[in-house]
Design a binder for this molecule. Structure first.
Ligand SMILES: Cc1cc2nc3c(=O)[nH]c(=O)nc-3n(C[C@H](O)[C@H](O)[C@H](O)COP(=O)(O)OP(=O)(O)OC[C@H]3O[C@@H](n4cnc5c(N)ncnc54)[C@H](O)[C@@H]3O)c2cc1C
Length: 340
């Protein structure tokens, strides 16, 4: 079930080590929720097995969880025992259009308050819509402030009941229009358009920096507004889309790494975005991991003591620091490693 937008190119080793998530995270969770056991080659050459197929097994520390999301810093994963789910019988997709971010954000909370957990609950702001439509050409509206892309799956009766209820809730909370996809092709075009948001934005400028600041669901509107204010303050171009159901937003900056003065403003803007996300009870990364680019911000989230505890684990398993040595704890500036 975890379906990172990179699914056509990513590997299981990468997914496990990044604990990747995707459009179905709200209902189905992330990679961690499907990894039952691992075989790992440790930096000293030892091969260990963690977890396994048993539903109940509490023998020792939960090493599986330790390695999932460890970004290749603790060992090499050579085998994984994964949990599978049967495919849902059916699914339905809808698009809700909004004149304001607040209405879109309050609809998200209202849907969950109705005890409906959609399989997908995605958000795109107006600048993203414009770029994605220009790229995908599927008739997305570009004259609204925000859209929610919603999918529900399951048995046909429950799906149609949920979709109807979601449409009502969205209309009650200000959706200007609610469009239900009438065919699989239409639904798949909408989801593909959302998945291609990064590729579409990447056409705008020589350098694209995609971030994944995450906040509690109730703070989405505040966070999106803060991102807009920060972009204005630092005079940088930022579009925002993301997994509204998880509060996982992707503020994405179209910039040019060759322009040093602009890059300083981009740096300052992202620093402000991460500080705001953490202040709202969120985190500096919801799914992409810390890697090189976000190492300077890790302390914002886990504090000095948290970093010390993580470093103790790293030191115990990899005393020679041979596994992805600069990742997670490095202090390198993101300027050296921008995605272009
Ligand atoms: C266009 C695009 C869209 C993306 N969308 C998403 C998204 O929606 N959700 C999301 O969560 N992420 C996303 N990502 C980030 C990333 O692609 C995913 O996290 C993906 O799971 C990484 O897998 P990979 O095979 O590309 O790993 P790589 O990039 O090759 O590796 C990732 C890290 O894992 C380590 N690693 C890889 N294999 C192993 C192994 N067997 N043992 C130990 N360490 C290992 C590497 O050293 C590296 O540090 C996206 C990336 C791109 C380029």
């Amino acid at each position: 079930p975890p379906d990172p937008s990179s699914m056509k190119i990513s590997t299981l080793g990468g997914n496990i080590n990044e604990n990747s998530g995707g459009l179905r995270g709200l209902k189905y969770g992330v990679t961690r929720d499907y990894v039952l056991g691992l075989e790992v080659v440790l930096p000293n050459g030892d091969i260990i097995k963690t977890g396994g197929k048993l539903a109940k097994d509490v023998a020792g520390y939960d090493m599986t969880r330790l390695f999932v999301g460890s970004e290749g810093t603790l060992g090499i994963v050579t085998e994984a025992v994964l949990k599978l789910l049967p495919l849902p019988e059916t699914k339905q997709t809808m698009l809700c259009l909004y004149e304001s971010l607040e209405e879109a954000a309050t609809s998200v909370s209202a849907i969950i308050a109705e005890r409906i957990i959609p399989a997908t609950l995605e958000f795109m702001d107006q600048p993203t819509l414009e770029v994605v439509e220009d790229f995908a050409n599927i008739g997305l509206p570009t004259d609204v402030q925000a859209v929610l892309l919603i999918e529900q799956d399951g048995n046909p009766e429950a799906v149609s009941r949920d979709i109807q209820k979601i449409a009502e809730v969205c209309e009650q909370h200000g959706a200007k229009s609610v469009k239900i996809a009438h065919s699989e092709e239409e639904a798949s075009a909408l989801l593909t358009a959302r998945r291609s948001a990064l590729s579409a934005l990447a056409r705008l400028s020589p350098t694209t920096i995609l971030e994944d600041a995450t906040v509690p669901r109730s703070e989405i509107a505040n966070m999106v507004r803060a991102i807009e204010d920060i972009a204005r303050k630092y005079e940088v171009n930022i579009c925002t889309f993301g997994h509204a159901g998880d509060g996982n937003l992707h503020p994405t900056c179209a910039t040019d790494a060759r322009n040093e003065e602009e890059m300083k403003r981009v740096e300052a803007a992202f620093q402000a975005i991460f500080e705001k996300a953490v202040a709202l009870g969120g985190t500096i990364t919801g799914e992409h991991g810390v890697g090189l680019m976000k190492a300077p911000y890790l302390e914002l989230k886990v504090k000095k003591e948290g970093i010390a505890a993580m470093k103790a684990i790293k030191q115990a398993l990899d005393p020679e620091n041979i596994m992805n040595p600069d990742k997670v704890f490095g202090k390198a500036s993101r300027k050296r490693v921008v995605v272009s």
